[in-house]
Design a protein around this ligand. Structure first.
Ligand code: WT7
Length: 664
């Protein structure tokens, strides 16, 4: 075993009292609070001002004027003492294939090399680089090399379609792409390069595509545009250039764009900047999971989502941690895959989604019982509300009743965890994300934006004395829409290319508040429980999908007149997608098949947005002004057909009967 020299985390909270003190300080003196934390990072130049903000425009600037490169914090500063510590452990999709370990030194070298490749191919500071890859170490290297070269990465999850990629390339005006020939996912092989080729038909502005070899599936390479990763690395090796001097970035320069769905039309490009993102992901990583040097951190997300950005890469690496990256899926070759990995690497922290837990629960305890699992210290969940049954199963059967479970609530827009217990430090309460992180000021408001009394953490306190004596106690105190009152370093700055959209989406619903889109309860002890989206956004297996986006995709099919999409409760996915589709009334039978619809959605968005249920209807419940009454459709999809509420304002109430009778 290599020697681990403890990197210390002066900002790691070790007791409930320390949490309370940190919270208090963060509210009374946010600038002092965050600048003390920031002092623990490597800056080439210190900031001029800690914070400048208003939620009206919005304008949010943290540590402006400070100069840094996030990769110097994630890589260079660990080289002196921890060069031989594993930075990334990679486990293949194929359990037979040998795993890979990249120490901090090796990762540093590879990132520098690839940063040279980017430069040789014309990438300069500020360029947008789209990354569409499977979960192989080269994905981590590509992301970090972009950051090192000052390029803005936009990672697109490998399950998105050519059309989705084209939309994102156009929106970000990305001229460079990094991809793989293909990717392995369970027993499937995904043709990533082919998908890119399809997307590029619509994107003639793309100058270079760098292709990594993974599956050896035949691909077509276009001369002058497409180059092989391996060839480009060889060129750098023969140039003998090893180190790559990191580009100097302002704290407020863009680090990356990550597209996410909203309640309207096309996904928006959430923008995060270098300084604040770094501090917030590192701070939350070290505190929520209580990482200790030597721990193996296993976050099962894909780097294509924010969870992977923040808690596979940037958070752990900036803390000098060992992060485990897994290429495969939880159920292949069998449902014991996670548990094998935990035992194989002696994983300390396991961070996954409720949907994965629920699906693994379904395979029974036989696949769990042969595993030791005693290396585990902390369990985490993210992405959607966790039901009590799944929470208990995870706690008892995976954590053997010994590991704190952290239920972490956050969003693509927030960069890192906003509400969660701190493992073993603050009390857990099943189905509750519990308390806000220091620096986070949640408040619940009613429809008119009025604060629900007793729900404002900064004003009403993050706990009552009762929460210390009976952590699991408390009764309902208030319910409302979850907003955040004050900026934190990791919050989104804008939506790429359209600041007004950012304002409208997050800052215009309630004055002077960031609106999360989530509904929430707060108990008497100050614990928050997120109940789900209150907008037209679905959460399917922890993935955010806009209903309007799915409708647009369905409507692309020539045979579809109109459609309406709603969510319904789904045992494993949390929410399923229910599509009501109008077919041309010329014939009495739908001229379409359900497969026509799912194929269309797959092609336009990607397989993750495929409807679980499709009902063909001859009309939709609309108001006289033509608005679809989704409330009614939602109730029908949920199976609550007896209590549909007032239908008298409908243009044609009879359509409701027809839909009710045709429910699947
Ligand atoms: C939405 C954000 C955060 C990374 C993964 C998803 C829901 C997230 C929880 C949780 C209840 C949760 C919310 C949120 N959500 N975590 N612990 N409990 N709901 O990121 O795609 O940006 O989605 O996921 O509804 O708004 P995302």
């Amino acid at each position: 075993m290599h020697q681990i020299i403890a990197m210390s985390y002066p900002f790691q909270i070790k007791s409930f009292d320390q949490y309370l003190a940190a919270y208090k300080k963060s509210v009374e003196d946010p600038e002092g609070f965050w600048s003390e934390i920031a002092a623990d990072f490597f800056w080439r130049k210190k900031w001029d001002k800690v914070l400048e903000w208003n939620f009206k425009e919005p304008k949010i600037e943290w540590f402006k004027g400070a100069k840094l490169n996030i990769t110097e914090n994630c890589l260079d500063r660990h080289l002196e003492k921890n060069a031989n510590t594993p930075a990334i452990i990679w486990e293949s999709n194929d359990p037979e294939e040998h795993h890979r370990v990249l120490t901090y030194r090796e990762l540093y070298n590879k990132v520098c090399q690839f940063a040279h490749v980017l430069k040789n191919n014309g990438v300069v500071k500020g360029d947008r680089v789209c990354i569409y890859m499977g979960m192989i170490p080269e994905l981590a290297i590509a992301v970090l090399a972009c950051a090192r070269a000052g390029a803005i990465h936009s990672v697109v999850f490998g399950g998105f379609s050519a059309q989705s990629i084209a939309d994102r390339l156009q929106d970000a005006k990305a001229e460079y792409i990094i991809t793989c020939d293909g990717a392995f996912r369970g027993n499937k092989e995904i043709q990533l390069k082919n998908v890119i080729d399809d997307a590029l038909v619509q994107c003639p502005f793309v100058k270079k595509v760098i292709v990594v070899t993974r599956t050896r599936t035949p691909v077509s390479m276009i001369k002058g545009r497409d180059v092989w990763w391996e060839d480009e690395i060889k060129k750098v090796e023969t140039q003998g250039s090893n180190d790559f001097k990191a580009e100097e970035m302002d704290a407020e320069d863009m680090l990356f764009i990550l597209y996410t769905s909203g309640s309207t039309g096309k996904p928006k490009g959430v923008v995060h900047t270098c300084g604040g993102y770094m501090i917030y992901t590192a701070y939350t990583f070290v505190n929520v999971f209580q990482y200790q040097p030597g721990d193996i951190h296993f976050c099962t997300a894909d780097i294509g989502w924010i969870t992977g950005h923040s808690y596979i890469l940037y958070g752990p690496l900036s803390a000098g941690a060992t992060t485990l990256m897994f290429e495969g899926i939880p159920t292949w070759p069998d449902a014991g895959r996670f548990w094998n990995i935990v035992d194989k690497y002696k994983v300390s922290i396991l961070y996954t989604a409720p949907t994965a837990i629920r699906s693994l629960m379904g395979f029974g305890l036989d696949v769990v019982k042969d595993h030791d699992l005693r290396s585990l210290k902390v369990l985490g969940t993210v992405g959607e509300p966790i039901n009590e049954e799944a929470w208990n199963w995870y706690h008892e059967n995976i954590g053997k009743g010994q590991c704190p479970v952290v239920d972490t609530w956050w969003q693509t827009e927030t960069a890192g965890v906003l509400i969660s217990n701190l493992a073993g430090v603050t009390p857990a309460k099943p189905t509750y994300a519990t308390l806000p992180m220091p620096g986070i000021q949640p408040v619940l408001v009613d429809e008119n934006g009025k604060t629900v009394p007793g729900t404002d953490a900064a004003r009403d306190g993050v706990y009552t004395s009762e929460s210390i004596s009976s952590p699991a106690g408390g009764s309902l105190e208030g319910a409302g829409n979850l907003c955040i009152k004050f900026p934190w370093p990791g919050m989104l700055r804008t939506t790429y290319g359209d600041h007004e959209r950012c304002r409208l989406n997050y800052f215009s619903t309630y004055e002077n508040l960031y609106f999360t889109g989530d509904g929430c309860l707060r108990d008497k002890n100050g614990n928050y429980r997120i109940t789900g989206r209150v907008d037209d956004v679905l959460n399917v297996s922890g993935h955010r999908i806009g209903t309007a986006e799915v409708e647009n995709a369905i409507n692309m099919h020539a045979g579809v007149v109109e459609s309406a999409v709603v969510g319904y409760p789904h045992d494993i996915k949390g929410q399923g997608i229910y599509a009501f589709v109008i077919y041309p009334s010329l014939h009495n039978e739908p001229s379409l098949s359900r497969q026509d619809i799912t194929l269309t959605v797959s092609r336009i968005i990607g397989p993750i947005a495929k409807p679980d249920k499709i009902q063909f209807v001859s009309g939709l419940p609309k108001t006289r002004s033509g608005k679809i009454m989704r409330r009614i459709l939602r109730k029908i999809a949920e199976g609550e057909t007896d209590n549909l509420g007032d239908v008298t304002t409908l243009l044609d109430p009879s359509v409701v009967e027809e839909i009710k009778n045709g429910k699947i």
